[in-house]
Design a protein around this ligand. Structure first.
Ligand code: 5AD
Ligand code: SF4
Ligand code: FES
Length: 365
């Protein structure tokens, strides 16, 4: 006889079979998973949510991922590149609003000029915030030396999504060429970890061709890789991308949303003390999507602090939330929203990954 959901949740180790059963639960059983994940979160990382003020500094990208609205070949995307002065203004706003950290994100560009620009920005961010702001960067695949230079310049967390841990699926989402090589992506993640970054990855959920088995493998991938952070969310189609033609293969947007919440809660159960972000894409589907993710295991939220006039152009997918707001509008709105979840906000705290802190104590970093 197969195990009940209650029986599986009592275990401390999970087989692929267990995870597959959990991923495919109906509504009643799903709530059991959510409740369990919420308990794990409270016990291991507490009922606190940390802010990372997100600065989408440029949507210029040299890559051609099939799912992404700002891919190189999308001539319809209006390109922008925010000036350093404007970036530093956004940083000041985050600091004054007592956000513990910021995230610098951009399309993928690799050049000596870009490397220097980021290094300078990192140093300036540290300086103007008296070293009070934590810095996460999400700037794609780069040579080891670049990762090292940015680490030494003040960044201490790096986000690089694997998108899918199944190479076959990866190549259905990316052109098969040197610029989009699965092995290079893996090597980059390893290198980031080795340099000493708190390393984060993530996947998209509900992609065409993706199976439950792929998603279960994604969870095991993150566990085996011993990652410190994760940001994952639903795939949301964008009509000006090549993947759009497979829309008929997709599950409903509501099902992608629910499956994303399940993935977040299962990851919390598998990796109890890591930082898990409530992805912005969740809010594109449900106005309180990120708050729902906080309730079932996420503990990081990334309020957008990109100056308002640029927000509309960083369109990885359709329906991106808060593109009409200014950062100050979001701050007030977010505090009320988080209040509803029963969590409190860790103002002016870095909120580093407890998993990473433990790894340092164990001499693993
Ligand atoms: N839907 C959801 N997420 C997307 N991303 C890019 N395009 C989409 C999309 N259409 C995510 C990718 C990337 C991150 C910056 O945004 O996972 O790593
Ligand atoms: Fe560029 Fe990232 Fe979009 Fe790929 S997902 S096209 S690397 S911005
Ligand atoms: Fe942006 Fe509510 S979070 S306006």
């Amino acid at each position: 006889m197969s195990k009940t959901i209650d029986e599986i949740l009592k275990q401390t180790d999970f087989s692929k079979q267990d995870i597959l059963a959990l991923l495919q639960t109906n509504k009643e059983d799903r709530n059991k998973i959510f409740t369990h994940a919420a308990k794990v979160k409270t016990e291991y990382v507490g009922k606190k949510v940390y802010y990372r003020g997100l600065i989408e500094m440029s949507n210029i990208c040299s890559k051609n991922c099939y799912y992404c609205g700002i891919r190189l070949d999308n001539k319809k995307a209006e390109r922008y590149d925010i000036s350093d002065a404007e970036i530093l203004d956004a940083v000041k706003f985050a600091h004054e609003s007592k956000y513990g950290s910021i995230v610098l994100q951009a399309g993928e560009i690799s050049s000596p000029k870009f490397t220097k620009r980021i290094s300078n920005l990192l140093k300036q961010i540290k300086e103007i915030s008296n070293n009070e702001l934590g810095i996460t960067i999400s700037l794609g695949e780069q040579p080891d030396e670049v990762y090292k230079e940015w680490f030494e310049s003040g960044a201490h967390r790096y986000l690089l999504r694997i998108e899918s841990s199944n190479p076959d699926l990866y190549y259905k989402l990316h052109p098969k060429n040197k610029k989009h090589d699965f092995e290079i992506r893996l090597a980059c993640l390893k290198s980031l970890q080795k340099i000493g970054y708190q390393t984060g990855t993530g996947v998209m959920i509900g992609l065409p061709f993706q199976t439950y088995s792929d998603l279960a493998d994604d969870l095991f991938f993150m566990k085996e890789f011993d990652l410190d952070m994760c940001g994952m969310g639903p795939y949301i189609e964008h009509k000006d991308t090549p993947l759009y033609k497979y829309n008929n293969l997709l599950m409903s947007i509501e099902d992608r949303f629910t499956l994303s919440l399940k993935m977040i809660s299962l990851l919390r159960i598998l990796m109890k003390d890591i930082n898990i972000a409530a992805a912005t894409a969740l809010q594109a589907i449900d106005p309180i999507g990120r708050e729902k993710a906080i309730k079932v295991g996420a503990n990081i939220i990334m309020p957008n602090v990109t100056p308002g006039m640029y927000r509309d152009s960083y369109k990885l997918y359709e329906n991106k939330p808060c593109t009409d707001e200014e950062a100050s509008d979001c701050t007030n709105c977010m505090e009320i929203r988080i209040g509803i979840t029963g969590d409190e906000i860790g103002y002016s705290e870095w909120g580093d990954s407890i998993h990473h802190i433990k790894r340092i104590q164990q001499g693993l970093v």
